[in-house]
Design a protein around this ligand. Structure first.
Ligand code: BEZ
Ligand code: FE
Length: 285
C-alpha cells in the first residue's frame, strides 16, 4: 500500500474490507467508495470544503433527537428519499411517497364513514376510493391507515395539549374493497428550517414548504404494502414540494360533494367536497 496515489487508493480502500464475496453489503460498500472517491477527484475537493461537509454532518447529528431526525430531512430535501420511493415502487402499483416523521403505528381503528376532524375548523371533505390489486380486482379487508395535518398545517402530535391520535385513522375496506371517511383539508406546512438543513435550503435559495397532502399506508394480506401521499390539484407548492413528494399520479381532484356520485355512503358528517382516489397494491414477495 506504499505506492498508493489518488488513482489507486479507491481499489486499496475497497480491498481493505474483508466483506463476504457476492454479498449485498460488499456491493453497497464498494459502490459507495467508488462514487465518493470519484466525486472527490471530479470536484478537486479542498480541505476547507471537506471539513465543511463533515461539520455539516456533525451539526445534523447534534440537532437530531428521537423526534427530530435531521438526516432524514437532509435525505428528503436532496431527493434521496423520493428516489428510494420511486425505485421501490412496483410496476402497476400506486407510486410510493414520503412517510414523513409523524406516522404512529398504533392509530385508532375507525368504522368506515367516520369523521377524523371532530370540531376542527376547515373544509370538510369525503375521501373515498377502492383498494385494488394490479389486475383491477378489489381487495376486501385491505387496511387504509391515514394521518394528516390540520386546517392550519399542523399535525396534532406537534402541539402540546392536543391528542396525538387526532386526524388519524385506520380503516378496513368493505367487501367491495371500498374505503370512505370524512376529514378536513390539510394546509401546506414547512419542514423544519431552523437547523443545518434549513441553512442548506437558504444557501440554495429554496423554500421549505410542503404541498398540502394526506398520508397513507395501505396493506393487505399477501400484498406488498405501500406508503404514499395524496395531493390536490391546483394547490400551492404542488409543483415545487420541498421534499419532491408529488407525482402526477398522486394528485387528486377536489370536487363539490354529491352523495349520488360518491356512492351514498353512510357518513358521520356531511362534507363540502370530495376526492376519489383508488390505491393499487402489487402482490407480495
Ligand atoms: C411530512 O410529510 O409530514 C414531512 C415530510 C418531510 C419532512 C417533514 C414533514
Ligand atoms: Fe406530512
Amino acid at each position: 500500500m506504499r505506492d498508493i496515489n489518488q488513482f489507486t487508493i479507491t481499489e486499496a480502500v475497497k480491498k481493505s474490507f474483508r466483506t463476504e464475496e457476492g454479498s449485498r453489503f460488499k456491493f453497497l460498500l464498494e459502490s459507495l467508495i467508488d462514487h465518493l472517491h470519484d466525486y472527490t477527484r471530479e470536484t478537486n475537493l479542498t480541505h476547507e470544503e471537506w471539513m465543511r461537509v463533515l461539520m455539516f454532518l456533525y451539526d445534523c447529528g447534534k440537532i437530531s433527537t428521537p423526534e427530530r431526525h435531521e438526516f432524514i430531512l437532509l435525505s428528503d430535501v436532496l431527493g434521496f428519499s423520493a428516489l428510494v420511493d420511486m425505485i421501490n415502487t412496483r410496476g402497476g402499483a400506486t407510486e410510493g411517497s414520503n412517510l414523513g416523521p409523524f406516522y404512529l403505528d398504533n392509530a385508532p381503528r375507525k368504522p368506515l364513514g367516520a369523521d377524523l376532524a371532530g370540531p376542527r375548523q376547515g373544509v370538510s371533505v369525503l375521501c373515498h376510493g377502492v383498494v385494488r390489486d394490479t389486475l383491477g380486482h378489489p381487495i376486501p379487508g385491505a387496511i387504509v391507515d391515514t394521518w394528516q395535518a390540520d386546517g392550519s398545517g399542523t399535525y396534532p402530535i406537534q402541539e402540546e395539549g392536543q391528542d396525538k391520535y387526532d386526524l388519524r385513522g385506520l380503516f378496513e375496506a368493505d367487501d367491495q374493497g371500498r374505503y370512505y371517511y370524512t376529514t378536513i383539508l390539510p394546509k401546506p406546512y414547512t419542514v423544519p428550517y431552523d437547523g443545518p438543513v434549513g441553512e442548506l435550503l437558504r444557501a440554495g435559495d429554496r423554500h421549505s414548504w410542503r404541498a398540502s397532502h394526506l398520508h397513507y399506508m395501505i396493506r393487505a394480506e399477501g400484498m406488498r404494502g405501500i406508503v404514499t401521499e395524496v395531493f390536490f390539484e391546483n394547490t400551492e407548492y404542488v409543483d415545487n414540494d420541498a421534499v419532491f413528494g408529488v407525482r402526477r399520479s398522486l394528485i387528486a381532484k377536489l370536487e363539490p360533494y354529491k352523495a349520488a356520485k360518491a356512492g351514498d355512503f353512510p357518513l358521520e358528517r356531511q362534507p363540502d367536497a370530495m376526492i376519489n382516489f383508488d390505491f393499487v397494491l402489487a402482490p407480495g414477495d
